[in-house]
Design a protein around this ligand. Structure first.
Ligand SMILES: Cc1cc2nc3c(=O)[nH]c(=O)nc-3n(C[C@H](O)[C@H](O)[C@H](O)COP(=O)(O)OP(=O)(O)OC[C@H]3O[C@@H](n4cnc5c(N)ncnc54)[C@H](O)[C@@H]3O)c2cc1C
Length: 467
């Protein structure tokens, strides 16, 4: 393979991917439709425009997963992180940036790079066949024409246009002295074992108090471009509650086919079920609990559910416009579309969430494509790193529920320690001590392991591709 790599979309992921290609000595063409063709959220023609908040969240690499991701990106010569650091604003432990300075620095750097060519145009159909290496990084607001073309390639059901996300809970924070493992009627189902769900029981007064709290809680308002009728299959939980006091008890909270071993003989009045969300078994999603409640309200109201009093949420629920692939099914570990490997995907369209995560996947895609252009294969970052944990969420870690096993359930995710394999050796978190201190020690141990493994990956020469 020779020649240029085409990057479609000059957002967080595409800008980083083009930079990584150029740093690897590979020429890139960056195609961006703005400013001629705007999106519903972007306001400028600058690359890497931040469409909403100006925060990259915590910058603490020792005890925060997104802070660790910052550090990994810095060590991998990220342009996005260099521009963020150069435009840092005072924000306590968070990394907040001057958005104009940040985007201007990235735009200037890419526009003046000798190996990067800029094409201000919308790519409105599948890239021409002669583009033999393409990175599609068109984000949550991918233009409708291109989204249609991608849908034609992947199939209708494999490209989503909305997140309908139920909260995801760290397994270790669920109180199993209250909850229990059981599938309804102990049914094993395909690939199941008859005890696949974690069940949280509510009695009548707990249920009534929960419904009242749900109805009174503050909701977020849809943005104009997000006003879309709800699909009956994924109504927000609070909308179901508005339909009547028993709607949830006959819907996702129905107590049938379940018996509580902690209180034999006492039938729960309602049950909240959680289903395993990642292959590691460290994350569990609340079944049927997609919601538009404000984040603080979600944590407050959902912690009133018995067994979730100390729940820590890997992500809270939401419902918003977002174009993303069913990546665990469609992409290989090199982020290439299995059906057409010349097309590689990066950024939020792959099923990560947030500025930093999207840029990180752009970084990895750029490095993969650069190695491939030089006839080499770059191994994926180790799953113990934040890079690898995110990549694994996209391409491998999620349990796929398809036609055979149930509805598609892959949803975008921010980086979090629940995506990392637990420490093989007993970690300091097993030591006796206050709960919070143990949690911090565990995170420090995971972060130190991640950075050591990252250094090994960065030092690894890409292997020569098999003929
Ligand atoms: C309304 C809204 C608010 C958000 N708020 C936050 C927040 O506060 N914090 C946070 O971390 N994340 C937020 N996000 C998510 C964040 O925007 C994304 O995580 C991040 O921007 C994704 O990076 P990306 O490179 O994948 O996509 P983007 O940054 O969106 O970049 C995609 C680029 O592709 C271009 N493009 C699209 N289609 C085509 C085409 N056919 N041809 C050529 N170019 C094309 C677009 O113009 C855009 O420049 C928000 C998203 C939305 C929609």
């Amino acid at each position: 393979m020779t020649g240029k790599v085409h990057v479609i979309g000059g957002g967080l992921a595409g800008s980083e991917a083009a930079w990584q290609l150029a740093q690897g000595g590979v020429p890139a063409v960056l195609h961006e439709m703005r400013p001629m063709r705007p999106t519903e959220a972007h306001k400028t023609g600058a690359f890497a425009e931040l469409v909403c908040s100006n925060s990259f969240r915590s910058d603490d690499w020792e005890t925060n997963a997104v802070g660790l991701l910052h550090e990994e990106m810095r060590r991998a010569s990220s342009l996005v992180m260099a521009a963020a650091d150069a435009n840092k604003l005072p924000a306590g432990a968070a990394l907040a940036v001057d958005r104009e300075g940040f985007a201007a620095l990235i735009t200037r750097t890419l526009e003046t790079h000798p190996l990067i060519e800029i094409a201000r145009e919308e790519i409105a159909k599948l890239p021409p066949a002669e583009w033999d290496s393409v990175i599609v990084a068109t984000g949550p607001l991918t233009s409708p024409a291109l989204a249609d073309a991608i849908k034609g390639l992947t199939g209708e059901a494999e490209l989503a246009f909305f997140d309908a996300i139920a909260p995801i809970v760290h397994a270790e924070t669920i109180d199993m002295s209250v909850c229990w493992r059981q599938s309804r009627y102990d049914k094993a189902g395909p690939g199941g074992g008859g005890a696949d769900y974690i069940n949280c029981p509510l009695d009548k007064s707990q249920y009534e108090a929960f419904i009242a709290a749900l109805l009174a809680a503050e909701k977020t308002v849809f943005k104009d471009f997000e006003t879309t009728p709800y699909f009956e299959g994924c109504l927000p939980v609070e909308v179901m509650a508005e339909r009547g006091p028993h709607t949830l008890r006959f819907g996702p909270m129905k107590p049938v086919g379940l018996s509580n071993p902690h209180r034999p003989g006492v039938k729960p009045y309602a049950v909240v079920q959680l289903r395993q969300d990642n292959a590691l078994g460290t994350l569990w999603n609340m079944v049927g609990f997609q919601t538009k409640l404000k984040h603080g309200e979600q944590a407050r109201v959902f912690r009133t559910i018995p067994g979730l009093g100390h729940a820590e949420f890997a992500r809270l629920g939401g419902l918003h416009r977002n174009t993303f692939l069913n990546s665990p099914k469609l992409l290989d570990t090199g982020l290439r579309l299995k059906a057409q490997p010349r097309l590689r995907f990066a950024g939020q369209i792959t099923g990560v969430e947030g500025y930093v995560e999207s840029a990180a996947i752009g970084l990895i895609a750029g490095r993969f494509a650069a190695a491939e252009r030089r006839g080499r294969i770059l191994s994926p970052p180790p799953p113990t790193t934040a890079f690898g944990a995110l990549l694994n969420h996209i391409t491998g870690g999620h349990l796929i529920h398809d036609a055979a096993t149930g509805p598609r359930s892959f949803q975008p995710m921010n980086v979090n320690f629940g995506l990392f394999p637990p420490m093989a050796e007993p970690s300091p978190s097993r030591e006796k001590g206050p709960r919070q201190q143990k949690g911090l020690a565990r995170k420090r141990a995971l972060s130190l392991r991640a950075l050591a493994d990252l250094e090994r990956w960065l030092a690894e020469p890409a292997s020569v591709a098999a003929a």
